[in-house]
Design a protein around this ligand. Structure first.
Ligand code: ATP
Ligand code: MG
Length: 411
C-alpha cells in the first residue's frame, strides 16, 4: 500500500513499525550541557507531536526515536510527525523509515523488504536504479562492524533486486542504524532546522512590528535556543484593529517554532506619540517613539526575567537605522539589545521570512505606529543628548509607568 505525500515523497507501508529518528549535532555538547540539551529537545519534540495519537518519543544513545502505535493512521501520522519535526530547533536531520529486527539474518531480510517496497514506490521518473547502504552502529557489541554490515547488506540487496551499487551518487541511500537492542532502516532523510532546542538559552523580548524584519530576528534567536516573548506597540485606533490581528497572526506563526512558549504584550503608544508631535522637533519623532519602546520593553523584560531585547534593525535600511541613530536610541536602556539582522540585505530577509512563514502577513499593507505622522526629513545623525533635550518637556519616565499600566487594548 502506498501513499503519495506531495511534500515528503512516497511513504511505503509494510507490516513493520514505522519509525522516525531525529539526529542532532553533537558539537559543543559537553558534560552537563549535553544532558540539558537532550532533555529539552525531547520535551520540545513531545510538544510538537502531541496531536499525533500514539506517537512515542524516546531518547536512544545520541538520537531521538519517534514511533507511531496506531496502525490505522500510520501514514498520516508519519507525515504529521515529519512536518512537526521540521520546526523543532536542535534537530540536524530527520530519518524516516521502519524499526526492524536486529539479529543479522532477520535484519538482512527486513532491509531487503524495505528496499523492495521502496523500489516499487519509485516507478516512473523517480525510478531507483542504484543505491548505497550507510550503517551507524550505536551498539558496539553487535557482532559485525559498520563496514561489514554495509558490504553484506548491500550484497543482499543486489541479489534480491538487481540494483547497482553507487557509492558516490546513488538514487537511494539506505540508512541502517543499530541502536541498543533494536535496529532501524530508513530510505528517506530530510534536513532539520538545526540550531539549539528552544529553552536552553534563556528568554529574550523581541520588539515586533508587522514588517518583514522583526519576525525574522525573533526566529533567529529561537534558533539559538532562546524562548522569545514579544512586545508590539500600536496606535489604535489610528491604526486599525486588523493591523493588530495581523501582528497576532505573525506571532502565531512564530510560536509554532518555539512550542508556543512565548507571550505577546501589546502596548498602546498613541497618547505618547501625540505628546511627541506637540512638543518635540518633527525630525526626531521616530527616534523618540523608538526610545519609549525600548524603555517600556526593558521594564517588561526586567520584570519577567528576559535577559535581552531583540530588534529587526539592519544598518542603513531606513533613516532611523543609521549607526548614530541606533546608538542614540539604545542609550536609554542597559539591557543588551540583540540585532541578528544588522548586516543583512532586505531581499535576503524577505526570502527568510518566506521560509519561516511570516512573509505573507508582513506583505499586507497595514500601517505601523511609526509610519504614522512620520516627518518628511527625519534626522539621520541624532545624538543622544539631542534626544534627551527633546524629551525634557515630555516626562518620559512618567510615561513608561503610565503606558505599562494601561491594559492591552483591542484584544
Ligand atoms: P520591521 O520590518 O521589523 O518592521 P522595519 O524595517 O520596518 O522593521 P523599523 O520600522 O525602523 O524597521 O523598525 C526597526 C525595529 O524596531 C523593528 O525591526 C522592530 O524590532 C522595532 N519596531 C518597529 N516598530 C515597532 C512596533 N510597532 N512595535 C514593536 N517594535 C517595533
Ligand atoms: Mg516596521
Amino acid at each position: 500500500m502506498l501513499m503519495l505525500c506531495a511534500k515528503y515523497g512516497k511513504i511505503e507501508t509494510i507490516d513493520m513499525t514505522p519509525a522516525i529518528i531525529a539526529h542532532y549535532h553533537e558539537i559543543a555538547l559537553k558534560g552537563r550541557n549535553r544532558e540539558m540539551f537532550e532533555r529539552q529537545l525531547v520535551e520540545n519534540i513531545r510538544w510538537a507531536v502531541r496531536d499525533v495519537g500514539g506517537a512515542r518519543v524516546q531518547r536512544m544513545s545520541g538520537r531521538i526515536a519517534i514511533r507511531t502505535a496506531n496502525a490505522q493512521t500510520q501514514q498520516t501520522d508519519l507525515v504529521q510527525i515529519t512536518d512537526a519535526l521540521t520546526r523543532v530547533f536542535g534537530i540536524a536531520n530527520i530519518l524516516i523509515g521502519h524499526e526492524v529486527r536486529q539479529e543479522y539474518a532477520a535484519l538482512a531480510e527486513d532491509v531487503v523488504r524495505v528496499m523492495t517496497e521502496t523500489i516499487a514506490a519509485s516507478q516512473g521518473s523517480t525510478a531507483i536504479t542504484s543505491f548505497c547502504v550507510r550503517v551507524k552502529r550505536g551498539n558496539k557489541q553487535y557482532p559485525k562492524n559498520s563496514m561489514e554490515l554495509e558490504r553484506e547488506l548491500g550484497a543482499a540487496i543486489v541479489d534480491a533486486t538487481g540494483l547497482a551499487v553507487n557509492l558516490g551518487h546513488p538514487d537511494c541511500t539506505v540508512y541502517v542504524e543499530i541502536v541498543e537492542r533494536t535496529a532501524f532502516v530508513f530510505t528517506r532523510k530530510l534536513l532539520g532546522p538545526g540550531g539549539l532546542p528552544v529553552g536552553v538559552s534563556g528568554r529574550v523580548l523581541c520588539l515586533i512590528s508587522s514588517g518583514f524584519d522583526s519576525p525574522v530576528a525573533a526566529w533567529k534567536l529561537m534558533r539559538r535556543g532562546c524562548i522569545v516573548d514579544f512586545v508590539h506597540f500600536h496606535s489604535y485606533p489610528y491604526t486599525s484593529d486588523a493591523s493588530l490581528r495581523n501582528v497576532e497572526e505573525i506571532v502565531g506563526v512564530l510560536q509554532r517554532w518555539q512550542q508556543a512558549c512565548g507571550e505577546l504584550y501589546s502596548i498602546p503608544l498613541i497618547e505618547y506619540q501625540k505628546q511627541v508631535m506637540m512638543h518635540a522637533p518633527s525630525a526626531l519623532r521616530v527616534l523618540l517613539y523608538r526610545r519609549m519602546m525600548f524603555r517600556i520593553a526593558e521594564q517588561i523584560a526586567k520584570r519577567r526575567g528576559m535577559g535581552a531585547l531583540v530588534t529587526g534593525e539592519s544598518v542603513g535600511q531606513v533613516a532611523s537605522q543609521t549607526i548614530p541613530n541606533i546608538a542614540a536610541v539604545e542609550a536609554v536602556v542597559d539591557l543588551p539589545v540583540l540585532r541578528p539582522l544588522i548586516g543583512e540585505d532586505k531581499q535576503d530577509i524577505i526570502a527568510q521570512a518566506e521560509r519561516i512563514g511570516t512573509a505573507e502577513y508582513s506583505a499586507r499593507p497595514y500601517d505601523d505606529c511609526c509610519s504614522l505622522f512620520t516627518p518628511e526629513h527625519p534626522a539621520t545623525r541624532a545624538r543622544s543628548e539631542e534626544l534627551d533635550a527633546a524629551e525634557a518637556p515630555l516626562d518620559a519616565k512618567e510615561w513608561v509607568t503610565r503606558l505599562l499600566a494601561v491594559p492591552p487594548a483591542a484584544s
